[in-house]
Design a protein around this ligand. Sequence first.
Ligand code: CP
Ligand code: NVA
Length: 311
Amino acid sequence: MNAAPREGRNGPVRHFLDLDRFDTPTLRRVLDLGAAYKRGECPHGDKRPLDGRTLAMIFEKPSTRTRVSFEAGMKQLGGDVIMLSRVDTQLGRGETISDTARVLSRYVDAIMIRTDDPAKLSELSSHATIPVINGLTDQSHPCQVMADIMTFEEHRGSLDGKVVTWSGDGNNVAASWIQAAAHFGFEIRIACPPSLRPAEGAVAWARAKGGKVVVMDDPKAAALGADLIVTDTWVSMGCQDKNRPALLAPYQVNEALMALAAPGALFMHCLPAHRGEEVTDAVMDGPQSVVWDEAENRLHVQKGILTWCLL
Ligand code: CP
Ligand code: NVA
């Protein structure tokens, strides 16, 4: 109930939920804002554009990068943050997400949530009268992939016409990459075991938008000539499957796999990495790896997201 679109200060509330909810120019605008902040510019003409604004952050799963980059970014923009978790709020005693959304909307200016079930994100955004930002669910991680796109662009220019290979679990991060392919004109090849294929909804949406999405079993075929190779943990947060290492070992990103990619291909990983599992030390620490820039860019692109949501 009561899930009609909300009005914010400047028209409809601007949530940042999933990449399939946006038009491409809006995502381009957010990336450009992030890049401007990285260059030290003030794209809103103000060094503290979020002065007096507060972001509540709800973490139902652990985090290093998302937590610290949102907090640091908000403070650098002049705003403040309040950290919340299920255990130290009434969410842990059964208060509904919809009621929590209504109450937080009276205190703060935006909510970032990291949770398991995307239905919780949806419920929160349906009942909040302030922007809600997706800080990861079991099905997507859009803030991460925005940072990844920014990282590729700063190293190699436009992704249009490029080939991005994902080798490993067809997980939440992979789903956001698939959605990004439809926006930014690159081919995405997902190499994964048949039982760990990416969400069909993300693949179908991207293909319907004209995106080139190839799902295959063979990591070597997928890596051939790629401009970027990406992987992620074999065991995402909340996953109980003990068979993952056996299933995913052939998808490890190592020097042999990187050698099949195009000369100058990059390597990315959203982190945290499990060295020796999905990626070897030689690749993580090698010349093609841009994982530290990728982690840094979470900060910059999220400043773009925060200001797009709030200003
Ligand atoms: N990549 C990422 O979201 O990292 P954290 O889990 O540390 O936030
Ligand atoms: N796929 C990983 C991403 C962590 C940032 C997970 O969900 O645990």
